[in-house]
Design a protein around this ligand. Structure first.
Ligand SMILES: Cc1cc2nc3c(=O)[nH]c(=O)nc-3n(C[C@H](O)[C@H](O)[C@H](O)COP(=O)(O)O)c2cc1C
Length: 265
């Protein structure tokens, strides 16, 4: 009986591998194909649900910032209290734009403008010509208006909504729902305790200058700027400045000012 030497064993193993080569490749290819078809079919099938969930989340934030959210109640039902309109930013007039998507419009050169660097305090480079606004009315009169705002922090563009009282100047609420600032530092922009400080603050002073901002350190209640200013996030001055800057842009004549002058009472 011939003894199996290490060399012959190795050669047998080698030939087994060689023999399985094309089959292994085929199996791997088929597996890849099946997996990619499965993953893309699932992605396509879930796309509708994802869009619906995003829409639901956006509505929830709008309701929260407007003080209308009630846990346990249907978002759709609660959102019936909110009127969605589209505003032409330059004139402040309402326009008819069904299914308007502000973020998509901001990427479309035909429906957006490039912001000159000296005006781009929010560091967003372009903005849509139009913006969605959300109105809450009481007894047929405007009671609160909710505006979408965004601007760059330290690492990311921060997206939020600000709700104003009927004077179109006093802040009722502010909430950020999307950003990628550092957890524990800049991410405190989404902390209700931090944004809660903006409630009751005024955006414009008597001369119409934009005064709302987050300042480094603590704002004493009797300080001259106290009705416009909030404490910045400690250790995250750059993100806090990003919030001040985005307010400065969106409340300027490049943002919502023409509209707010028209609707404020
Ligand atoms: C890893 C790391 C992450 C940071 N993330 C943030 C941030 O998200 N927002 C921010 O403003 N500052 C952040 N900082 C701090 C800034 O670099 C800067 O020091 C700070 O904004 C200055 O704020 P202060 O003057 O209140 O300390 C981070 C620093 C480090 C090292």
């Amino acid at each position: 009986m011939a003894e199996e030497t290490p060399a012959s064993a190795a050669s047998e193993a080698g030939s087994a591998t060689d023999g399985g080569g094309p089959n292994t490749l085929l199996v791997a290819l088929v597996l890849c194909l099946v997996c990619s078809i499965t993953v893309s079919s699932i992605a396509v099938a879930l796309r509708g649900r994802q869009v619906a969930n995003q829409e639901n989340d956006r509505k929830k934030v709008i309701l929260q910032v407007a003080g209308l959210y009630e846990a346990g109640r249907s978002i759709e039902e609660l959102f019936e209290q909110v009127k969605t309109r589209v505003v032409e930013l330059e004139t402040g007039q309402y326009v008819d734009e069904p299914d308007f998507d502000q973020r998509k419009a901001a990427r479309d050169p035909e429906r957006s403008i490039a912001i000159p660097p000296e005006q781009d305090v929010a560091k967003i480079r372009r903005r849509a010509r139009h913006a969605s606004v959300y109105l809450v009315e009481r007894d047929g009169e405007l009671d609160r208006v909710i505006l979408p705002v965004h601007g760059y922090g330290l690492w990311s563009t921060m997206y939020g909504f600000v709700a104003l009282e009927r004077d179109a100047n006093t802040i009722f609420g502010l909430q950020f729902y999307e950003h990628a600032e550092t957890a524990g530092l800049g991410a405190r922009v989404a902390d209700p305790a931090w944004v809660g400080q903006f409630q009751g603050k005024q955006v414009y002073d008597e001369q119409g200058a934009i005064r709302v901002r987050a300042v480094k350190g603590h704002v004493e209640p009797d300080a001259p700027g106290a009705k416009y200013e909030v404490d910045g996030i400690s250790g995250a001055t750059l993100t806090s400045d990003g919030v001040s800057n985005l307010m400065r842009y969106w409340f300027s004549d490049q943002g919502f000012e023409p509209y707010l002058k028209r609707v404020g009472s």
